[in-house]
Write a protein that binds this ligand. Structure first.
Ligand SMILES: [Zn+2]
Length: 69
């Protein structure tokens, strides 16, 4: 998936977003469009960052009943 990391020039927020084609990127904090693309966002920040919003479950399997109980 074409996930890229950006930083807003207005509020300095960094965020990752999916970008399709020529879609405009908008800052999720201030809704500004004055953002810059950050390079190579993946190699140093892969520690479960993308699974934190997956809800219950361990994140490494599709079951929802394997989380801590
Ligand atoms: Zn912003």
């Amino acid at each position: 998936m074409p996930i890229f990391e950006y930083q807003c020039r207005e509020c300095k927020k960094t965020f990752e977003t999916l970008v399709f084609g020529n879609q405009e990127v908008t800052c999720p904090m201030c809704k500004g469009k004055n953002v810059k693309k950050l390079m190579s966002a993946f190699s140093h920040s892969s520690d479960g960052k993308f699974t934190s919003s997956a809800g219950p479950g361990c994140g490494s399997c599709s079951a929802t009943s394997c989380g801590p109980s």
